[in-house]
Design a protein around this ligand. Structure first.
Ligand code: ADE
Length: 365
């Protein structure tokens, strides 16, 4: 992935990105960070890039032309117009889903303003996204740009070593991390929680989940309101099982898989709340084996959002249409039906998980 930073202070970017993990990623060619000095594109013999604001008032405004020329230079070099972010406190506040979304880009332009800002007209013509890194005002966009480069690069394959990357990012499911401990077992008379020493992975997992929820409730109740528990239920052939498990692992650290091929589970009744998300994976065999009544009759929701992955071509397909109707009658809100994605060759669980996360985020706004 390549970042192109348009700035009046290139050294501010370079000094940060050439160190530590991001510096290593650049050296190893996993990412590229090009800085473009806007001043080099000044139309003025004194290389001035700012002027007084029309209408009066304090401070200076960056002129449109140098920014436009610098931008054109980048676009010409690339032969395309990549997504262009203007760092500003007026932008959408950056979060992990946005970071993951930007990480899908091959090229990303980051435009840093200074003084009172940039002439509005060039922003209208060139900027695709307005991003803030938090509700406070900085002296310029450079620190925002390096924050974005750092957070986005973590998603670029190869940037983090196995040890550095946890398969799951804590904020991806809107829960904070549980507390961590290492040796010694007792420090300042404080003992490591007993459960972590018991060796029972199921117990440890559920303790960690409780701790994550507790911590999020105490420290970030706004995030907790956005989090939901994911249930990946699947019926069908082995391929579906594999994809469902892969997807459930990808979308949430605490996701639960429900194999409805198993008789025991088919007999059970399941009640879901509006804080759950039901992910249904269905192939055609599921219907041939007459298993669709299982979900339609044994599942009850309470305004429970539901996303369906259906092997068939269309959501109007008779098989699936009946089931969806029944699910809606039984308290589920069908958020989306992904058709024709259950192909192991083509299924990109990371991309699909991001799509579901984006969908959830839009719904909660
Ligand atoms: N420029 C000035 N303040 C900023 C902020 N909070 N986020 C991004 N860019 C900025």
């Amino acid at each position: 992935m390549r970042f192109h930073v348009l700035t009046l202070f290139p050294e501010m970017i370079e000094n940060v990105v050439n160190t530590s993990i991001i510096g290593r990623a650049i050296k190893q060619d996993h990412i590229e960070v090009d800085t473009v000095n806007i001043r080099d594109y000044s139309a003025n013999k004194h290389m001035r890039v700012d002027d007084y604001p029309y209408g009066g008032g304090a401070g200076m405004v960056m002129e449109a032309e140098p920014v436009y020329r610098a931008m054109q230079k980048v676009n010409e070099k690339l032969g395309s117009k990549p997504r262009t972010v203007y760092l500003t406190p007026q932008g959408k506040v950056l979060n992990q889903t946005m970071v993951e979304e930007f990480a899908q880009c091959e090229d990303l332009i980051l435009l840093c303003g200074h003084y009172e800002g940039i002439d509005e007209r060039v922003l209208e013509e060139t900027v695709t996204d307005y991003v803030s890194i938090g509700d406070y005002v900085l002296t310029g966009g450079e620190l925002g740009a390096v924050v974005m480069i750092d957070a986005i690069s973590r998603f670029v394959p190869g940037v983090l070593s196995n040890e550095e990357s946890s398969q799951f990012e804590s904020l991806q499911d809107n829960l904070l991390e549980y507390p961590h401990y290492t040796r010694p077992e007792v420090w300042h008379e404080k003992k490591v929680p007993e459960v972590l020493l018991c060796g029972d992975h199921k117990k440890i997992e559920s303790w960690r989940y409780e701790q994550s929820v507790k911590r999020t409730r105490e420290r970030r109740p706004d995030l907790l309101a956005k989090s939901c528990r994911m249930y990946g239920a699947y019926i069908g052939e082995e391929q579906v099982t594999e994809l469902a498990n892969r997807f459930t692992d990808e979308i949430s650290r605490y996701g639960e898989s429900m194999d409805l091929n198993r008789k025991k589970l088919r007999k059970q009744r399941f009640e879901f709340s509006k804080k759950d998300l039901l992910l249904l994976f269905l192939d055609k065999k599921a219907f041939a084996a007459d298993m669709d009544p299982v979900i339609g009759h044994n599942f009850t929701g309470k305004h429970t959002p539901c996303v369906v992955f259906w092997a068939g071509k269309s959501s109007e397909d008779e098989n699936i249409a009946g089931l969806l109707e029944r699910l809606e009658r039984r308290g589920f809100l069908i958020l989306h039906i992904f058709c024709e994605v259950l192909d192991p060759e083509r299924f990109d669980s990371r991309r699909e998980a991001l799509r579901v996360r984006q969908m959830l985020e839009k719904r909660k706004m």
